[in-house]
Design a protein around this ligand. Structure first.
Ligand code: PLV
Length: 324
């Protein structure tokens, strides 16, 4: 039987968000996962399916897929090489090393690091662990929705589910989970930051596009191209995906408010999802008639992230509030 590296994370009501929205808001606390994010769900599943006979794994990451891969590899007794771009904060490199991984820093953004990981797969004969683009990852991530369904019970269906989108792996997992529990009428609000907006850009263009550069500080959302399955879901007649954008400042304000009110520190990548409520995105969608009012309980996936501490928060506050 497959071992689970993830936990059944808490589903808790946020009083602060509930007050702002006027409908119950539930937080799915993926920040509480071992390795600090939801990534361990999919990566735990993928590694057990693909890496049990491997001589080692290599994972390209903005940080959190790497943290999950390093943790899973350690539990499986496998060496892990994690390739991160130079935009990942030193804190991430340190935490990866503490997990026992070998860290390589290559290129400026995740796409560069990924090219290096693919090269190592070939030259070193390692098993490649992708951070977001693989059906086994989506299957693993989908358990976040089956847990929510079990927690809410038969009589409560969410009005919408809010996720952050980097390369789109979480979005694909949530979509698959909604299908598994028969909730295909529950819309997904897919949040990105300006400058890490590959899904929003693709939906606008009507085709997959590659961003020139990642200019957002939410580096863990910084894939230049969304995975094709996520784009497919965004156009699917079966399910409604509502892509939305916030600025880095809104994501930062959301991280700060969440720390003050919920006493949990998360990455800017997660702040994008939290800003859906704190910056009034959901309220605007309701005013525009794109989400119903009143709305059934809103579920926010608190994706988490390990690339944050008080020092990194201060760095972000400085960069985002006083650019240049
Ligand atoms: N981060 C990926 C991709 O980075 C990584 O390598 O860790 N929230 C957090 C905290 C994340 O770390 C990520 C992805 C996401 C949300 C978005 O998930 P995705 O990529 O599945 O859409 C470049």
């Amino acid at each position: 039987m497959e071992e689970h590296f993830h936990i059944n994370s808490p589903l808790v009501e946020s009083l602060g968000m509930t007050r702002r929205l006027g409908t119950p808001v539930y937080l799915k606390m993926e920040s509480a996962q071992p390795s600090g994010s939801f990534k361990i769900r999919g990566i735990g599943h993928l590694c057990q399916q693909m890496a049990s006979q491997s001589k080692g794994i290599v994972c390209s990451s903005g940080g959190n897929a790497g943290m999950a891969a390093a943790r899973v590899a350690r539990s499986m007794g496998l060496p892990a090489t994690i390739v991160v771009p130079s935009s990942s904060p030193p804190l991430v490199v340190q935490r990866l090393q503490e997990e026992g991984a070998t860290v390589r820093i290559t290129g400026q953004v995740w796409d560069d690091a990924n090219a290096e990981a693919l090269r190592l797969t070939e030259t070193e004969g390692l098993t490649y662990v992708p951070p977001f683009d693989h059906p086994l990852l989506w299957e693993g991530h989908s358990t976040v929705i089956t847990e929510i369904a079990a927690s809410l019970g038969q009589n409560q269906k969410p009005g919408a589910v809010v996720v952050s989108v980097g390369g789109g792996g979480l979005l694909c997992g949530v979509a698959q989970g909604l299908r598994a529990v028969g909730w295909m009428d529950v819309p997904i609000v897919a949040m990105e930051t300006v400058g890490a907006d590959c899904l929003n850009a693709a939906v606008k263009a009507g085709r997959i596009v590659t961003l020139d550069d990642i200019t957002s500080e939410a580096k863990c959302l910084g894939a230049k191209t969304v995975c094709s399955k996520a784009f497919e879901w965004s156009r699917s007649a079966e399910l409604r995906v509502i892509p939305q954008l916030v600025g880095d400042l809104e994501a930062l304000l959301a991280v700060e408010t969440f720390l003050d009110e919920e006493r949990v520190l998360v990455e800017l990548a997660c702040g994008a999802a939290l800003a859906a409520v704190y910056s009034g995105v959901i309220q605007r969608l309701q005013a525009e008639g794109r989400l119903p009012s009143p709305l059934a309980p809103l579920v926010v996936i608190v994706c988490g992230g390990s690339g944050i501490n008080m020092e990194q928060l201060a760095n972000l506050q400085h960069k985002i509030r006083r650019p240049n």
